[in-house]
Design a protein around this ligand. Structure first.
Ligand SMILES: Nc1ncnc2c1ncn2[C@@H]1O[C@H](COP(=O)(O)OP(=O)(O)OP(=O)(O)O)[C@@H](O)[C@H]1O
Ligand SMILES: [Mg+2]
Length: 353
């Protein structure tokens, strides 16, 4: 389904987080229009640290929105602003159209207990509690009865594939298993919004890939609205419906993976993404164009097919494919020449000195 047809779950408008002695001073600008770059520069010159600079984006219900950037670029600060674990210095955060920055302390606690789930890089499990008790903890905090907590926690443990390990303690589990417990715990409250801050970065590459598959499997079932942070490019491109790239506090580009590799906003993004294999990132649906009444070809290909999978089919001399619609969009036309143009571009990239 395209974004245009899905309601906006979370909107972030011109959000800033500035560390320093008196950040509020800089935002007392009634009636003035802020020039973000000039203000960020001035803040730095005046011993303040603009950790998040004028961030604006919208996340549709059911979308996986990935925030990517180098260490220190402001990813964690931004995601913490979204749940108000960190208080933004300026801007607006709208959850289902309601201004989160105006929520009272009590309302926030309720939201965090019921509407938001969080997974952290270092798992954050309680070492003296069993797997079952760790997962049931948020339900205990919600004040749910013991029996119900246990039944529900067991369901979540099964969901992440840890059935049979309920009585184990965190130190008896591998890193990947511990992170599954973290995931089960964050899902126990049935959050609408799911924040994951580098959840897999402590895991070795093989386990990490398994956890990404697991995560995508869960998301196909649960259809949460997700903000996922990573500094791993391959992970970002694998998981994202759309992604935002941050640099020194600022979002420098937002787009679908294919938009980002095909039309990088600047040299920084281009360099950042130059090792991403175009043929794997770009899908048939990304290149397909409106049919405009043309006769649809007999050969068809699903929108999610990567060009890498598609290229062998071009060998038979097919000149175009039909990309079937998804219920909200009509079928579209994919020409072999547009696929070959990307192939040519990839070859040029690889042979560049
Ligand atoms: N409480 C704080 N006080 C002062 N500066 C802070 C504070 N928290 C974060 N910062 C600074 O804000 C900037 C952004 O930090 P942040 O943790 O958001 O980066 P990140 O992109 O999540 O990095 P990483 O990939 O290493 O987790 C950094 O320069 C950091 O030093
Ligand atoms: Mg971080």
């Amino acid at each position: 389904m395209s974004n245009a047809t899905r309601p906006i779950k979370l909107a972030c408008r011109n959000v800033w987080k500035v560390y320093g002695r008196r950040p509020a001073y800089y935002f007392d600008s009634r009636g003035y229009i802020i020039d973000p770059d000039a203000l960020a520069e001035r803040l730095r010159a005046e011993a303040h640290l603009p950790a998040v600079v004028d961030a604006s984006f919208e996340v549709a219900a059911g979308e996986i929105f990935v925030i990517m950037g180098l260490s220190g670029s402001g990813k964690s600060t931004l995601v913490r602003c979204l749940s108000r674990l960190v208080e933004p210095s300026a801007g607006e955060i709208l959850l289902d159209g309601r201004d989160l920055l105006k929520a009272t302390g009590k309302e926030l606690i309720e939201l965090r207990r019921h509407a938001m789930g969080m997974v952290f890089q270092n798992f954050g499990l309680l070492p003296h509690l069993s797997v079952l008790d760790n997962v049931a903890l948020p339900l205990k905090i919600q004040g749910r009865p013991l029996k119900e907590r246990e039944v529900h926690a067991r369901e979540m443990i099964a969901l992440v594939g840890l059935e049979g390990r309920e009585a184990s303690f965190p130190h008896q589990l591998s890193g990947g298993q511990q992170q599954r417990v973290g995931i089960a715990r964050s899902l126990a409250v049935g959050p609408e919004l799911w924040f994951l801050d580098e959840p897999f970065s402590a895991l070795d590459p093989l386990i990490r890939r398994q956890m990404q598959d697991e995560f995508l499997r869960l998301q196909r079932m649960l259809k949460k609205t997700i903000i996922f942070i990573t500094h791993d490019m391959a992970e970002a491109f694998r998981l994202a419906d759309r992604l935002a790239i941050m640099r020194a506090g600022k979002i420098v580009q937002i787009g679908r993976p294919a938009d980002i590799v095909l039309n990088p906003a600047d040299d920084y993004v281009a360099q950042f993404t130059e090792d991403m294999p175009l043929l794997r990132v770009i899908k048939a649906g990304d290149l397909a164009a409106a049919a405009n009444g043309a006769t649809m070809p007999d050969q068809s290909v699903a929108a999610g097919t990567s060009l890498e999978e598609l290229i062998p089919r071009l060998a038979s001399g097919v000149s175009a494919f039909t990309v079937p619609g998804d219920g909200t969009s009509p079928p579209a036309l994919l020409s072999a020449s547009s696929v070959l143009a990307v192939l040519e571009r990839e070859l040029a990239r690889r042979t560049r000195p």
